[in-house]
Design a binder for this molecule. Sequence first.
Ligand code: CP
Length: 320
Amino acid sequence: MTATQSKAPPLKHLTGLNGLSSGTITAILDRASAHKELLLHDTADVPQSLKGKRIVLAFFENSTRTRFSFEIAARNLGASTLNFTASASSVSKGESIADTIRNLEAMRVDAFVIRHPSPGSADLISRITGKSIVNAGDGTHEHPTQGLLDIFTLREFFGKLEGVNIVILGDVLHSRVARSNIFGLGALGANVGLCSPVTLLPGDLPTTNFRVFTGIDDAIRWADAAIVLRLQLERTTGGYLPSLADYSLNFGLTDERLEKIRKHMLVLHPGPINREIEISSNVADRIQPPGFSKSMLLEQVTNGVAVRTAVLEILLSTTE
Ligand code: CP
């Protein structure tokens, strides 16, 4: 069983890709490749390496892809999952997140997968529990398993990432996915570009390992692949944009735009998508020629199960 034989360095928590070495990221991706083979061809052969483990899925924000793929990953490895929903817990009576985690830990759980709206919350929790923490998205900070599955998808397509031009397109300011990708892609030697309205570009990234495009045509002319970001409509009401129509016209990825520069583009998006705002339906849905784009959106979702399987296996074998 190749998945358990691949080498991965000890890793107790995964709270972000900032600071992870290329070796660690590559080891996770290699393990995910082995798991993807098993998932696609013979689920019955997935090793029950986490049999008897209990993993809490603590989602303080809504999720479809991340939550379900972690649940499938954990169960495929033989672990049991406990779903924690803040509104149905004693958090709704004022219990702090720290007390919540300590109480769940006292029930002898083995790991926490946490999504929370506050940036830095996963790191904070990793310091108050002896159990493994996986950050499933903390506010605008990081979403490391999304970054890893995006990088996995790009690596599968291009073979290697050194020298590949990848543009991250859209609402970078509010995007934890963009941050994780900037760190992870940079560590593996990809050339990262950011293309966004100036009001949606952050000024506080702890790296300058990217180039900035203010016009989408220049950006997609340069890029081999685009990671299109969801325009976070719930956070962009504060005068960041003249209008949605203006954003769509100037930053939406459409067939017309790709045809104009006659450029073939690999297209990723973490989901959920706002159709006809940051991406047109024909670009989002086209998975094969003819046309100037290839959508990886659903392939990313499949890859998310493989990557999260690898992450849980590596973290929980580290804490043995
Ligand atoms: N990409 C992503 O995090 O999707 P969900 O919010 O559905 O988990």
